[in-house]
Design a binder for this molecule. Sequence first.
Ligand code: ATP
Ligand code: MG
Length: 325
Amino acid sequence: MFAVEAKNLKKTFKSKDGDVEAVKDVSFHVNQGEIFSILGPNGAGKSTTILMLTTLLRVSSGSGTIFGLDVEKEDRNVREKIGIALQDTGLDNLLTGRELFFTTARLWGFSKTDAETRTSELLQLVGLEEAADRRVKTYSGGMKRRLDLGLSLVHKPDVLFLDEPTTGLDPGSRRVLWDEIKRLRDGGVTIILTTQYLEEADELADRISIIDNGLVAAEGTPDELKALIGGDVITFTFNSDNEVKKAQQLIENSETEKNQLRVTVENGAEKIPDLLKHLSNNKLEVVSVTANKPSLDDVFLQVTGYRLEGAAEEEKLEEEVSENE
Ligand SMILES: Nc1ncnc2c1ncn2[C@@H]1O[C@H](COP(=O)(O)OP(=O)(O)OP(=O)(O)O)[C@@H](O)[C@H]1O
Ligand SMILES: [Mg+2]
């Protein structure tokens, strides 16, 4: 039996301006004890998928199951099996970390003594012992995310849903969380996490589903996904955008990005001399050339037609522009 299964999940939001198809057709399964990552850009439908699987949002059509339990028909039983750390948490800033753990444990039905024990265990697990008696509002972003993670574990769930657990964290805090997530997986917890970071999916996930525009664009282990591309990615760097454009016309199936040109070939080492010669015969000066195995970034580009990291940066710029207006 799968820990989690989504079968043709669909969610349509009705609004005055017409229907929004947030999730169009999403299917996947997650094996017990693995980290499964849903990777996709803003608005792809990641949170909506998580909300349906965690019984917090009704399914428009299709089905979701947790260890065979239907998320719509057996929602109470499902909720006992799962822990959730949502993207927008309403952490109570006036309480201390210790108080939050204790209260949550009491809400789950723990006795006072058991709630105290669980609180100490979890404060230790997520490394918040020293900050335990400070109000949550004084916590850093990384500490808050660790608190979220700890709170989702109070009732010892079998399956943990984490919606963008490291968004907005600095690289150091992100790594601390990654290590904690891996430790949980090694302890037998099944984990589904959404992310818009390629590096995060690559580092953490046993398997990845790339979601774009409410649909699954590709699924597999990081290595399987990279093997979809096959061969080596050669990158030529030029002095100007103009030269890149000329070079693109000379090399078949190449893609440009700023002053770089990329082309995927079967064997990079074999092909580079020919390509360099072809370029120099056409009076194009190459500043540098590299050959690499495909990255998840290349996979994302191939299956969706655009780059994830670039899209995130553009969005950020747009936000900054609109903030300045
Ligand atoms: N309650 C709602 N009503 C109407 N539209 C919604 C609602 N919730 C989400 N949407 C829309 O559905 C689409 C998917 O949203 P969702 O929040 O699932 O994306 P996401 O992949 O989690 O994005 P992000 O990375 O920004 O969190 C978006 O276009 C969003 O605007
Ligand atoms: Mg989201």
